[in-house]
Design a protein around this ligand. Structure first.
Ligand code: ZN
Length: 153
């Protein structure tokens, strides 16, 4: 068995954890507002089909488009990921585990015919919303030869 995880000790890490653990991050709220204003209707925390305990942050089940807004710290953003020095090994495994799960979820959904878009929380909400809208338009309009090959089948 792996050693029992220890709780993070430093106040800095604890504060960051509670901030990052919040579901409704400000970027997600901003993106949701933009989507809603543009007339797009979505579902929140939609359960990933056939994959227990995983949810899609913003889902368009009809179009089978899944949006994930990944926190820079928890999901290992290449620009902002930091590795806490206290309990470094536990954190490394924890964060690696998150990234492995992300990849697994993406692959699972893609295999089930979903289009998966992942964004970092540091990305501009307007840009994120624009890319989501473009993807939905492409999905609803049906695929043409001009569509990017974003699906292996
Ligand atoms: Zn980042």
């Amino acid at each position: 068995m792996d050693p029992v995880p220890v709780t993070p000790s430093s106040p800095g890490v604890s504060a960051r954890m509670s901030r990052q653990a919040r579901k409704d991050t400000s970027v997600e709220m901003a993106v949701r507002r933009l989507l809603h204003a543009a007339g797009m209707r979505y579902r929140l925390q939609w359960r990933v089909p056939d994959l227990p305990r995983r949810t899609i942050d913003i889902a368009f089940p009809g179009a089978k488009v899944a949006i994930f807004l990944d926190g820079c710290f928890w999901h290992g953003c290449p620009e902002h990921a930091t590795h806490p020095k206290a309990n470094a090994e536990w954190w490394r495994q924890k964060l690696d585990g998150n990234m492995t799960r992300d990849l697994e979820t993406t692959e699972h959904l893609t295999a089930a015919g979903w289009t998966v878009l992942r964004f970092w929380e540091h990305e501009a909400p307007a840009e994120v919303a624009t890319r989501i809208a473009a993807t939905l338009t492409a999905e609803r309009g049906g695929r043409t030869a001009a569509d990017p090959p974003n699906r292996q089948s």
